[in-house]
Design a protein around this ligand. Structure first.
Ligand code: AGP
Length: 624
């Protein structure tokens, strides 16, 4: 998963590309590069390097002064850098094929072709052999092979060369191309890997996702697979592979322009944690009519909820953890069969899927390929798919029968926070709707449930006011190498997500464990050097959870308990507590999750890490 940008227009190309790459850097950040052609100039100059976009800016600044040969570029260093109109493409990389190096950074330039790519060309070795491309290559990436093949096929007609090249590629790709003799025109084509585009006042733009476009416009279209889009400064032209012109299907993002900035926070993660009350309210309120959950504006029919006999949730990572909470709600309220499937395992686990199965796919980006392929598999088996997605028009949304969008706005930090709690908000609405339709809840019971859901933004707001107390607890975990998070039932589900947050931004080996299971082995790992974080929010489980906490305490562990305020009693005489605002047990997930997000955030930021871009990770996983 990489960040791709293309621009042609009257603005300063270099700045447009570099600014966009900074917004896209969350998609991958081990190297970066741009290729630009100033208006009226023949030459396409490439500037690239291992490192962050900030390093690339430095490279470009030196190149602009004409003083330094730019590392990793094929040698063009025109000095008269593009400070004016023209066109260009850019890329920020999450390495798949080929290590992190200047030479492996994109763009790749072979002959008349300069391109950037997001995806994986699975048959690149065969292509090198079949077309004797070895001599054209200077990097060890699959992308450069695509560039070399495209150059081999290029005889002056970009469409013909692109079609011939794509016909030979196996794998996933979003290719963005400049041809040496095609002036300020940029071409793109894709298979699975996402590309969105727009024509706006500043010119024509394309990118891996909306984040890079929403500075200029909230109108965009998704480039359909196996089509060719031409970007000119004053026009876009979309054609299918038979050469038929196709009208782009414009969408409107519900994001404010410039909402993808940090608004003064040090990291996107903190900003997005703080945005949760509003994001949850935005997700709930438009779906509550007369105090009852209502999906008519989303076009989701009631039959979807009344006709199904079982539910299958498919997701990855944090989205799957939201599914685990939904599973607990469905079992306890609807008494229905429900599985939560790890998308990457789903197709290989012989899942029992049929026409009576309602598949709920959950994805913030809507581009996670594991989830996308699992949805396609389930639908081929007759299941109806309702997806819970944050990015409109994304691949999973387009593959689903129905979509319920979370209104979280752009989530830039790799660690998902507001997407998770808005996914939960949608699940509470779904469960309430199903309970009403299936006669499990009366109208009054449903309204009472929805009123409690409508309290969750304020409950999270109460937690956010405790951020200093949580920061103090975080300070005690900075030196930990291993850490356990223990709880039962919903507390265990809460901690699975809290543990993933801590793992991915602080690199502490945190393990969430059902506290009743510890004594069956893992308690052997508890020493006085193993901090333990406990969650106690479920009144019916509290006594058992406290027994398990005593077990780890007696083996020397320091324990901090995130606990529902009304049941804390005199525990604060014995333990460090973070008290959480009271809600009905099943809604305690919301305040508890926000508290654990802050815990992870402060551990990471106090350790001096780049919280938004943890090592080895990327925001969108478009490789299987
Ligand atoms: C979340 O903190 C993680 N970065 C990751 O697990 C993420 O939830 C997962 O990759 C799924 O992404 P999606 O919601 O965009 O499908």
């Amino acid at each position: 998963m990489c960040g791709i940008i293309g621009y042609t227009g009257s603005e300063n190309v270099k700045e447009i590309l570099l600014d966009a790459l900074e917004l896209l850097e969350y998609r991958g950040y081990d190297s970066a590069g741009i290729a630009v052609r100033s208006r009226g100039m023949q030459q396409v100059s490439v500037y690239k390097c291992a490192g962050r976009v900030s390093d690339l800016r430095e490279v470009c600044a030196q190149a602009g002064s004409g003083t330094e040969r730019v590392p990793g570029s094929p040698g063009q260093n025109d000095g008269a850098f593009a400070r004016t109109a023209g066109c260009g493409i850019g890329h920020t990389r999450w390495a798949t094929h080929g290590g992190v190096s200047d030479a492996n950074a994109h763009p790749h330039q072979v002959g008349a072709v300069t391109l950037v790519h997001n995806g994986i060309i699975e048959n690149y070795r065969e292509l090198i052999a079949d077309y004797d491309l070895e001599g054209d290559l200077v990097s060890d990436t699959d992308t450069e092979v695509a560039a070399a093949l495209l150059n081999r096929f290029y005889e002056g007609d970009p469409h013909e060369a692109i079609r011939k090249t794509v016909a030979k590629l196996r794998g996933t790709f979003a290719l963005v191309v400049m041809f040496a003799d095609q002036g300020d025109v940029i071409y793109t084509t894709r298979n699975v890997s996402p590309v969105v585009a727009t024509l706006c006042d500043q010119g024509a733009m394309l990118a891996s996702d909306l984040t890079a476009l929403c500075r200029f416009t909230n109108r965009y279209f998704v480039v359909p697979e196996y089509h060719i889009l031409e970007l000119r400064s004053d026009a876009v032209r979309l054609t299918d592979f038979d050469g038929n012109e196709v009208e782009p299907e414009y969408l409107t993002a519900d994001w404010e322009l410039n909402s993808a900035g940090k608004n003064g926070y040090p990291f996107y993660m903190e900003k997005e944690i703080m945005e949760q009350p509003q994001a949850i309210a935005d997700t709930i309120e438009e779906r509550v009519l007369g105090g009852l959950p209502d999906f008519s504006a989303d076009g989701v029919p009631d039959e979807l909820f009344t006709d199904c006999e079982r539910i299958c949730i498919i997701a990855c990572g944090t989205a799957r953890h939201a599914g685990l909470v939904a599973q607990a709600l469905v079992k306890s309220i609807l008494h229905m069969h429900i599985e939560v499937e790890m998308a990457s395992e789903f197709m290989y686990s012989d899942p029992v899927i049929d026409q009576k199965t309602l598949v709920l796919a959950v994805s913030q980006s809507g581009e996670t390929i594991d989830t996308l392929e699992a949805v396609k598999y389930a639908r081929r088996r007759g299941a109806k798919c309702l997806s819970v997605i944050n990015v409109r028009g994304s691949s999973i949304a387009r593959e689903s029968d129905y979509v319920l969008y979370t209104n979280a706005g752009p989530e830039i930090a790799v660690a998902s926070t507001k997407a998770y709690t808005t996914q939960l908000a949608v699940f509470y609405l779904i469960v309430a709707r199903m309970a009403l339709l299936r006669g499990v809840f009366t109208t009054e019971e449903t309204q009472s449930y929805i009123r409690e859901l409508q309290r969750t933004p304020d409950a999270i707001g109460e937690v956010l006011k405790k951020k200093r107390d949580i920061h103090v607890v975080a300070g005690k975990l900075l030196g930990a190498k291993d850490l356990f998070m223990v709880g039962r039932g919903l507390d265990y589900s809460i901690l699975l997500e809290g543990s993933l947050k801590l793992k991915e931004v602080s690199y502490i080996h945190s393990e969430a464990y059902a506290s009743g299971e510890l004594k069956h082995g893992p308690i052997a790992l508890i020493t006085q050097d193993t901090p333990v974080v406990a969650s106690v929010t479920q009144e019916k489980l509290m006594s058992k959870e406290l027994s398990n906490i005593k077990e780890v305490r007696s083996r020397g562990a320091d324990v901090v308990i995130f606990i529902k305020e009304s049941i804390a009693g005199s525990l604060e005489e014995e333990y460090e507590l973070i008290k959480l605002p009271d809600m009905r047990d099943e809604f305690m997930v919301m305040p508890a999750s926000a508290a654990l997000q802050l815990l992870a955030y402060y551990v990471s930021s106090d350790k001096g890490f780049d919280v938004d871009k943890p090592r080895n990770l990327a925001k969108v996983v478009t490789v299987e």
